[in-house]
Design a protein around this ligand. Structure first.
Ligand code: UDX
Ligand code: UDX
Length: 472
């Protein structure tokens, strides 16, 4: 039964802190599905907020298929992007925390534990500006037991101020995958709500119920919810590392990875998804979440568990190393001053996100070998590539041995005069490259290294292009 307080009655105002890859699309879909709720997205980055408000929908800060249409439909009707954090939190019944939680780079747990400073900061901001009763929802992927940290900040700070503020905390991890965010949000396999306050759970449940069948909305205790998110990502990453180990075996044994993946994937217990061998997994979550699991396992004195998950990361690294070694050995043991085209820089297709993209490590290694790279990606601009590659890691190499890179405007611009073409992201347009045109633009012998197995290799071979595929 609903009572009149806002923890249990229908939510009217939502505020989301963090207008990034998770917060932006998630709030857009809630606004679309719940036209009676006012959804306000805030961010400390004012430029990002301006970009979300840009009337030119091609200039939104993130690219996701279908997102622009929702923004067009809902923006400034029941979906708002603003830097007015104070006012937005004050009027919210429910605040989502959707800020980044990168791996710590220094101090205790460096390289493994998540840095929760932004989550903490968000909790303090909520305490400061919230009025009355507010439901706080953890949306960021966080280490298990983070809710305790948030609860401690919310409870003690509001007590100290002597103001009548009341908070309830829920965990509601996001399972969207980039490039498919809108589809995943509109048709989720499941929605997970963790918490112990039934009224708050019901409020969030009722929001999702607007478009998700109740059987798919799971309610658990808060710790199960937090751990499920880490475990889900770790299992997915483990599946990729598993198939990548098999790709190495295929190359040695004469088996073909596509055939093996199909044969094992038809076993419904294994499932056919996430069996594409490639240059290893990237993205903001898999590595970070596995590092988190490792940290947690060590913390709870479970070294065998930690070692098990460490292996998944090691294999990812191994796959990238062996791709680089293959390129170097195929191109006669040296890349010095050789032109190599890189096709794809984002960590997967249909996103402009480059966080932990396999392309970063592979390109840096090729630069360290002295290659001159020409990089093309349909959605990643040159500034972003510069940010990722402008690393001190190459400083130990003398200038004469260090490679260089430049940005290419198209596939055909990238391949001009090259001796090698490396496909790193599975963009749709790479499936229909005109190999006849490529062979006229490149030098001989020209090699294609297709790390995603998506190119029309028969056509490439017909045009005298030598081909290496992962797992074949
Ligand atoms: C997701 C997950 O939620 C997160 O746990 C994981 O670490 C990375 O992936 P995502 O939306 O992809 O987060 O991150 P990002 O695109 O970086 O967006 C986070 C936003 O939060 C940024 O725009 C940042 O400016 C904003 N932010 C950060 C705040 O508004 N306030 C802060 O205090 C900190
Ligand atoms: C992932 C999870 O899928 C999602 O549920 C969670 O909320 C966030 O982390 P995301 O990182 O956006 O989503 O992309 P995903 O599709 O999972 O791909 C991750 C990486 O694995 C990419 O680099 C991708 O290219 C790679 N991958 C994926 C493979 O190499 N092979 C596959 O078969 C699938």
């Amino acid at each position: 039964m609903y009572t009149e307080d806002k923890m249990s009655k229908g939510i009217k105002n939502i505020c989301c802190i963090g207008a990034g890859y998770v917060g932006g699309p998630t709030m857009a879909v809630i606004a679309k599905k719940c036209p009676n709720i006012i959804v306000t997205v805030v961010d400390i980055n004012e430029k990002k907020i301006d970009d979300w408000n840009n009337s030119d929908l091609t200039k939104l800060p993130i690219f996701e298929p279908g997102l622009d249409l929702i923004i067009k439909k809902c923006r400034n009707k029941n979906l708002f992007f603003t830097s007015d954090i104070k006012e937005s939190i004050a009027k919210a019944d429910m605040v989502f925390i959707s800020v980044n939680t990168p791996t710590k780079t220094s101090g205790v747990g460096a390289g493994r534990a998540s840095d929760l400073k932004w989550v903490e900061e968000s909790a303090r901001t909520v305490v400061k500006f919230a009025k009355g009763k507010t439901i706080v929802v953890e949306k960021s992927t966080i280490p298990v037991r983070t809710a305790e940290v948030i609860k401690c900040i919310l409870d003690t700070s509001s007590d100290k101020r002597g103001e009548k503020k009341e908070f309830s905390i829920l965990s509601n991890p996001e399972f969207l995958s980039e490039g498919n965010a809108i589809r995943d949000l509109e048709n989720p396999d499941r929605v997970l709500i963790g918490g112990d306050d039934e009224k708050s759970i019901e409020s969030l449940f009722n929001i999702y119920k607007e478009w998700v069948i109740p059987e798919k909305i799971l309610c658990t205790n808060i710790w199960s919810s937090e751990l499920s998110k880490l475990a889900a990502n770790a299992f997915l990453a483990q599946k990729i590392s598993s198939i990548n180990t098999i790709s190495g075996l295929c190359e040695k044994s004469g088996a073909e990875i596509n055939e093996v993946a199909k044969a094992i994937g038809m076993d419904s217990r294994i499932g056919s998804q996430f069996l594409n061998a490639g240059p290893g997994f990237g993205g903001s979550c898999f590595k970070k979440d596995i590092l988190n699991l490792i940290y947690l396992s060590d913390f709870y004195k479970l070294p065998e568990v930690a070692e098990y998950w460490e292996k998944v990361l090691e294999i990812n690294h191994w796959q990238q190393n062996r791709i680089v070694e293959k390129i170097v050995s195929t191109l006669f043991g040296t890349l010095n001053r050789k032109k190599i085209a890189i096709l794809g820089f984002s960590f997967k297709a249909n996103t402009n996100d480059t966080r932990n993209s396999p392309a970063i490590k592979i390109c840096k290694d090729l630069l360290g070998e002295g290659a001159n790279l020409k990089i093309f990606d349909p959605k990643v601009d040159s500034k972003q590539i510069e940010k990722e590659l402008n690393s001190k890691e190459l400083d130990f190499i003398s200038d004469e041995n260090k490679g260089s890179w430049e940005y290419a405007e198209s596939i055909y611009d990238a391949v001009q005069d090259s001796l090698g073409i490396v496909v790193l992201t599975e963009w749709e347009e790479f499936k229909s490259i005109n190999w006849e045109k490529v062979s006229l633009l490149t030098r001989d012998p020209i090699w294609l290294f297709d790390t995603r197995n998506i190119c029309n290799i028969n056509e490439a071979r017909t045009n005298n292009i030598l081909v290496w595929n992962v797992g074949l």
